[in-house]
Design a binder for this molecule. Structure first.
Ligand code: AMP
Length: 227
C-alpha cells in the first residue's frame, strides 16, 4: 500500500454520529442552530440534527486553497453571508479536523460576523498530531495520519486516486497503457481499499471526459495523455 487509506462505510458514519451526539448531550450543550461546513460536514451535521433533535440547520462553505506562488495554504469563506444570531447557540460541524484551518476559519467567521450567544465546534474525527485546532467535540482521535475515504467523496477520491496512480507510474516506469483489470488491481495495491464497480466505471468516464486519459475501444486500453 502506497497511500494509507481507510474506507469508511455509511454505517460507520451513522455510528460515529450517534456517539458524537451522546458526547455533546452529556456535556449539556444544547445548540439552537447547527451549521454544516460545506461540503464535508453536511452528512454529519444532518445526522447530529436528528440525534440531538434540532430543527435549524444552515451551511457555510469554508475551503482550503493554495496560493501556488507562495506554496502557502489558506482557507477562505466562499460565499460569505450574514444572519442575526444574537440569541443563538451555534454548533459548527465538519467531518474531520486535519490541519484544522477549515473549521477554525468557519468558527471565527461566525463569531465575528453573526455574533451569536456562543459557538462550539464538532467533528467526527480529529487528527491530533497535525491539527492546529482542537474541536470542542469529536468522537475519534486519530493518532497517525490517514486518508479517510468517506462515502460522500467516493467518486471524487476514486478518480483522483486513479489519476495519481497512473501519473506516478508513468513517471517511475514510462507505462502509459492500462487495461481496466490492471487499473482495478493497481488501485487495490496502491490504496488497500476496494470501492466497487459502480465507482471504478464512473471514475474512468470522468478521466476520459477530463481528457486525462483516452480510451481505445478496439484494444480496450486506457492511455494516459501526456503533455
Ligand atoms: P483541514 O485540513 O482540517 O482544513 O481539512 C479540510 C477538509 O478536507 C476536511 O473538512 C475534510 O473534508 C477534508 N480532509 C482533510 N484531511 C482529510 C483526511 N485525512 N481524510 C479525509 N478527508 C480529509
Amino acid at each position: 500500500m502506497r497511500v494509507n487509506t481507510k474506507l469508511v462505510s455509511w454505517d460507520e458514519i451513522v455510528d460515529w454520529s450517534i456517539h458524537l451526539a451522546d458526547i455533546i448531550k452529556k456535556d449539556g450543550f444544547k445548540p439552537d442552530l447547527i451549521v454544516a461546513v460545506a461540503r464535508g460536514g453536511f452528512v454529519p451535521a444532518r445526522l447530529l440534527c436528528d440525534f440531538l433533535g434540532i430543527d435549524n440547520m444552515l451551511s457555510i462553505q469554508s475551503q482550503h486553497w493554495t496560493e501556488a506562488a507562495k506554496m502557502e495554504e489558506r482557507a477562505i469563506i466562499k460565499f460569505p453571508y450574514y444572519i442575526d444570531a444574537k440569541n443563538l447557540k451555534i454548533l459548527v460541524v465538519d467531518d474531520i479536523v486535519d490541519t484544522g484551518d477549515t473549521l477554525k476559519l468557519a468558527k471565527i467567521y461566525i463569531e465575528e460576523n453573526w455574533k451569536p450567544l456562543s459557538v462550539k465546534t464538532a467533528a467526527l474525527q480529529w487528527i491530533s498530531p497535525v491539527a492546529k485546532f482542537k474541536p470542542d467535540y469529536y468522537y475519534i482521535e486519530v493518532k497517525e495520519w490517514i486518508w479517510f475515504q468517506y462515502p460522500w467523496t467516493r467518486l471524487e477520491d476514486t478518480y483522483q486516486f486513479i489519476k495519481r496512480m497512473m501519473m506516478e507510474t508513468f513517471k517511475e516506469t514510462g507505462k502509459r497503457e492500462w487495461t481496466y483489470e490492471e487499473i482495478l488491481r493497481g488501485f487495490h495495491e496502491w490504496y488497500g481499499i476496494d470501492v466497487g464497480e459502480a465507482y471504478y466505471k464512473r471514475a474512468m468516464e470522468i478521466l476520459v471526459e477530463k481528457e486525462i486519459v483516452e480510451f481505445d475501444p478496439d484494444r480496450k486500453i486506457y492511455k494516459l495523455r501526456v503533455t
